[in-house]
Structure formats: structure tokens, C-alpha cells
Design a binder for this molecule. Structure first.
Ligand SMILES: CC(C)(COP(=O)(O)OP(=O)(O)OC[C@H]1O[C@@H](n2cnc3c(N)ncnc32)[C@H](O)[C@@H]1OP(=O)(O)O)[C@@H](O)C(=O)NCCC(=O)NCCS
Length: 380
């Protein structure tokens, strides 16, 4: 039988929308023996990149059949690269190849085409994130396409319970105006790796629910004077863009989900974390830009997280709260999360697309992985 040639072209909503959604439904992401997480883009397969400054989606066709898809976005971020400490980066996401067409080079061809698009826009580095035990993805990007390990942040997931969480009366929580939030981010986080230079666009996006600060009650807060100990974070409503659904779960997980919800209802004082119903499409909040300063700031981060949780209890389909923090960052100790749902090491890989960036790449991949990392809510 003759092998059909693979044709790669830009996504065309009119002819590809339903076929891309169908492909997404047929593609599990991650190792087969674990829980499959499916994305439901609710009729807009390009929604995950739509909020980025520049984006592209490519599809691969074999004859009339759509057999693969990939998405990419471009932005400018902070990267420790004197004198300007900034770089243009291209993010690769949503790579899927139909199960029947795998190991025929389609995934590699889609990445190559996207890299060509990055190069045509003068991108310095391409990067991607994957589960470290997604063997196909790790082998493809690291062994075949020349990407190198860059960071291993932890994805922390906390279920939203129907009960509100207690926040100490000794802590003041205040919502910032967008201008104040932008000022604080520029002042305290702009030197963080991957801090996006269009932070103002993120803060003004309708999916951004706001930015809050916490500080000891009785202390004063103003733009000129911040207390000795304080913490901040922003919340993004990812569920406004797409939904998640767990496709297959081990029996132990299903049992845990059922029994923990029951225990939570019947014996709330036991404080067993209730696993929500994750087997039907659900939305989630993403906490980002978490920053803290001062000796009491750990407890302040915890209070902000509980505040975000209490906000989520009022959103009907928000079942989990997610955040991502740099590997080894002690912040994770303050952020409530359920180990069962969290991923201790998300693997970020990077590749220099310009010859002159090879040295920066070396420095980036050999500096301490504990450096803080800004995770853009548009790329979740
Ligand atoms: C990952 C994925 C896109 C790979 O697509 P593909 O078209 O099969 O990839 P290619 O044929 O270009 O494979 C290139 C190389 O990647 C590696 N590779 C791909 N799949 C592999 C697998 N299942 N096991 C081990 N290595 C694998 C091999 O080195 C392969 O080269 P080889 O076939 O010469 O040995 C595909 O498996 C997929 O859609 N998986 C589900 C979704 C997913 O996990 N996406 C990645 C999210 S970041």
C-alpha cells in the first residue's frame, strides 16, 4: 500500500474545527497506565493560544484525513541575558498525532514547521512543557529534536470543596487596581525568568479575576510603602476558555473520589480533602504571579490561597485550583494542594533557534533550577 504524503498547513476554522476537536478527543496525553486528562475546547480549538500576542495553529493531513495538530505562541520575556535581559520566545503546545498515524514522522514534521514560523518571527528560543513520564513526548523533543531540560516546576492542584476555608483575622487581604498590580509586578517580579513583557495585557484580560495582596492586619499598605511581610497573587479563570475531564482513572482514584466526597459531607470536621467530580468536564482557576517577602510571608501566601479557594466555591464549574511553582521553590510548602492530583515535576525543555543564543542556552540550563519562574496563565 502506498504511503500517503503528509501535508502541513495553517488551521482553517471552517474546515478543521470539528476534525481537530475529534482528534483531541481521541488523543490521550501522558502515559497509558495513569489518568488521562482530556481538554474540551468548547468549539474553539485555538482558545488556548488566542490570548497570546502572536499565535499559530498547524494541522497535518494525510489525504483527506486530519492526522495531527500543533499550536504555538510568541512573546517577549525576561531571560538572564545581558545587556537587555530579554528574549523572544516561542511556546509549543497541543501537539497531537492520531494514534493510527504515530511513529511515521508526523509529530517531528509539525514541530519543524512551527520552528520555521518562529524563525521567521526572529524567535530566540523555543520551549515546551510535558509530563516527565510522557515517554513519546520526551523522546521526541529531547532525543530527536535537540531540546534540553530547562526547568522542572511543580504543578500543584487543590480540589475546591463546598466549604469555605478559614482565614486568620490577623491578616488583611486587599484587591489591587490593575495599575497597582502592574506596578508591583514590574517592581518585584520583572527580573524573574520568563516574566512576560506584556503583563499589562494579562492583567487586563477578561479571564483575569484580579490580583490580591495579604499583609498583617494593622500595618499600612500604599504604593510607596509596602509592609515588611506581604504576599501577592493573581487568579485567572482558565475554565472560561476550556474545560478538563479525566478520561480514565484507576479504581483506587474513583473510590477515593466517591468516599472522600461522602466523608467530607458527613464528617466535615475530619477535614478530608474532597476530590471533586473530575470525570465530567470542569473548569479551574489558575493562581499565578505568586510573590512573597518578609519573615511572615509564608502564612500570608497560605491565606491568599485559601481566599482564592473561597472565591472558587462560588463558581459552579470550578472544581480545582492549580498553580505552578519553580522546582525546589519553598513556596510549594505554603500552597495547599493534594499530592494525588499534583505533578511534582513538570518538565520544561528549551532550544536555541539562533546560533548566537547557544551560550545563553548553556547558562539558562545550568543555572540553579530553584530560581523563581513566572508561569504565564495564557499557557496553561
Ligand atoms: C508525542 C506524539 C505527538 C509523537 O508523534 P509521532 O508522529 O508519533 O512522532 P514521530 O513519528 O515524529 O516520532 C519521532 C521520534 O519521537 C520518539 N517517539 C515518538 N513516539 C514514541 C513512543 N511512543 N515511544 C518512544 N519514543 C517515541 C522516537 O524517537 C521517534 O523516532 P523513531 O520513530 O525514529 O524512533 C504522539 O505520540 C502523540 O500525539 N501523543 C499523545 C499526545 C501527547 O502526549 N502530546 C505531547 C504533549 S507535549
Amino acid at each position: 500500500m502506498a504511503i500517503q504524503e503528509i501535508k502541513i498547513r495553517s488551521y482553517d476554522r471552517k474546515i478543521d474545527r470539528a476534525r481537530v476537536e475529534d482528534l483531541e478527543r481521541r488523543c490521550e496525553v501522558g502515559p497509558a497506565k495513569r489518568v488521562f486528562l482530556f481538554t474540551d475546547t468548547m468549539g474553539d480549538p485555538i482558545c488556548r493560544i488566542r490570548n497570546s500576542p502572536l499565535y499559530k495553529m498547524l494541522v497535518a493531513e494525510s489525504g483527506n484525513e486530519l492526522v495531527g495538530v500543533i499550536q504555538g505562541s510568541i512573546k517577549i520575556v525576561t531571560i538572564c541575558k545581558p545587556p537587555k535581559n530579554q528574549a523572544k520566545v516561542g511556546y509549543i503546545l497541543g501537539l497531537r498525532v492520531s494514534p493510527l498515524h504515530r511513529r511515521k514522522g508526523t509529530g517531528s514534521s509539525l514541530v519543524h514547521k512551527l520552528e520555521e514560523w518562529f524563525v521567521s518571527h526572529h524567535v530566540d528560543f523555543a520551549y515546551m512543557a510535558t509530563e516527565k513520564d510522557n515517554e513519546a513526548s520526551v523522546k521526541l523533543f529531547r532525543d530527536k529534536l535537540g531540546f534540553v531540560k530547562f526547568r522542572t516546576p511543580a504543578i500543584l492542584v487543590n480540589p475546591v470543596s463546598h466549604r469555605t476555608m478559614h482565614i486568620s483575622h490577623n491578616i488583611e487581604i486587599a484587591k489591587l487596581k490593575i495599575e497597582q498590580a502592574e506596578y508591583l509586578y514590574q517592581r518585584f517580579m520583572s527580573s524573574t525568568d520568563f516574566f512576560p513583557h506584556d503583563i499589562d495585557k494579562i492583567l487586563r484580560n477578561k479571564l483575569n479575576l484580579g490580583t490580591w495582596v495579604a499583609y498583617p492586619r494593622g500595618e499600612s499598605w500604599s504604593d510607596e510603602h509596602v509592609p515588611t511581610s506581604w504576599a501577592m497573587l493573581s487568579v485567572w479563570n482558565s475554565g472560561g476558555l476550556f474545560k478538563l475531564r479525566v478520561g480514565q482513572a484507576p479504581l483506587s482514584c474513583l473510590m477515593y473520589a466517591k468516599s472522600s466526597r461522602l466523608i467530607d459531607r458527613v464528617f466535615p470536621c475530619l477535614k478530608v480533602p474532597a476530590l471533586p467530580d473530575v470525570f465530567h468536564p470542569f473548569g479551574f482557576y489558575f493562581m499565578y504571579g505568586v510573590h512573597r517577602q518578609g519573615p511572615k510571608s509564608g502564612a500570608l501566601v497560605g491565606s491568599l490561597c485559601r481566599f482564592a479557594h473561597n472565591m472558587a466555591t462560588k463558581c459552579k464549574d470550578c472544581k480545582i485550583i492549580v498553580t505552578e511553582v519553580g522546582g525546589g521553590d519553598t513556596l510549594r510548602l505554603q500552597i495547599p494542594h493534594l499530592e494525588l492530583l499534583s505533578c511534582p515535576e513538570d518538565l520544561w525543555c528549551i532550544k536555541a533557534l539562533k546560533r548566537e543564543e547557544k551560550q545563553t542556552l548553556y547558562e539558562l540550563t545550568t543555572t540553579s533550577p530553584t530560581r523563581a519562574l513566572f508561569v504565564d496563565p495564557r499557557e496553561v
